[in-house]
Design a protein around this ligand. Structure first.
Ligand SMILES: [Fe+2]
Ligand SMILES: [Fe+2]
Length: 185
């Protein structure tokens, strides 16, 4: 499956704009890290795009229903392993792909939320201000701060560097998406 087919598959299962945007943000972060780690761009992109494919239709069975949907489509087992790994804290995440997905899932949308409340959005957004918002419990209160901290440690990334890498990736992607009438914001 290529990236375009994956995006079409996502749109079959996801109609909510907010979940499409989350999927695109996580995809962006996965592509950014595929570049950073010199990994397969398409594989990492598809992992990000499809990680929440079942969340709208089968929230109680997430992500396990998604694994079934993706297996039926013949998706690589290492993508399926990584997607399974993001579902619960207790899941196994031995591969770099799985560790990265887990480390960018919550944080990507947190950075997007941080950009949304600024007049200049991603432009000029610094890790320092994202970290300050992480300490503000009332901001994006649903985001699990411990998950962000633990998952970045498991990826062996310093949190400031991790956030900076993602900000840059998200900012660049937003410009490209705007040309296609799409947005992360
Ligand atoms: Fe999820
Ligand atoms: Fe997600």
């Amino acid at each position: 499956m290529n990236r375009e087919e994956a995006f079409n598959l996502l749109k079959e299962y996801v109609k909510e704009d907010s979940l499409i945007k989350h999927s695109l943000a996580v995809e962006t972060s996965m592509i950014t890290y595929a570049n950073h780690f010199n990994e397969d761009l398409d594989k990492w992109s598809i992992t990000g795009l499809l990680h929440d494919i079942d969340f709208e239709m089968y929230p109680q069975e997430h992500p396990y229903k998604g694994l079934e949907i993706l297996r039926e489509k013949g998706i690589d087992e290492d993508i399926i392993y990584a997607i399974k790994g993001h579902g619960k804290k207790e899941e196994e995440r031995e591969s770099l792909l799985a560790k990265t997905l887990y480390a960018v899932d919550e944080l990507s949308s947190f950075i997007v939320a941080s950009a949304l409340v600024r007049p200049t959005k991603f432009e000029g957004l610094k890790a320092k201000s994202v970290k300050k918002k992480l300490k503000t419990k009332s901001f994006a209160a649903a985001v699990d701060r411990d998950q962000i901290k633990e998952s970045s440690e498991d990826l062996n990334m310093d949190l400031t560097e991790h956030i900076n890498i993602l900000i840059e990736g998200l900012r660049n992607r937003e410009e490209d998406l705007n040309k296609e009438n799409l947005s992360l914001l």
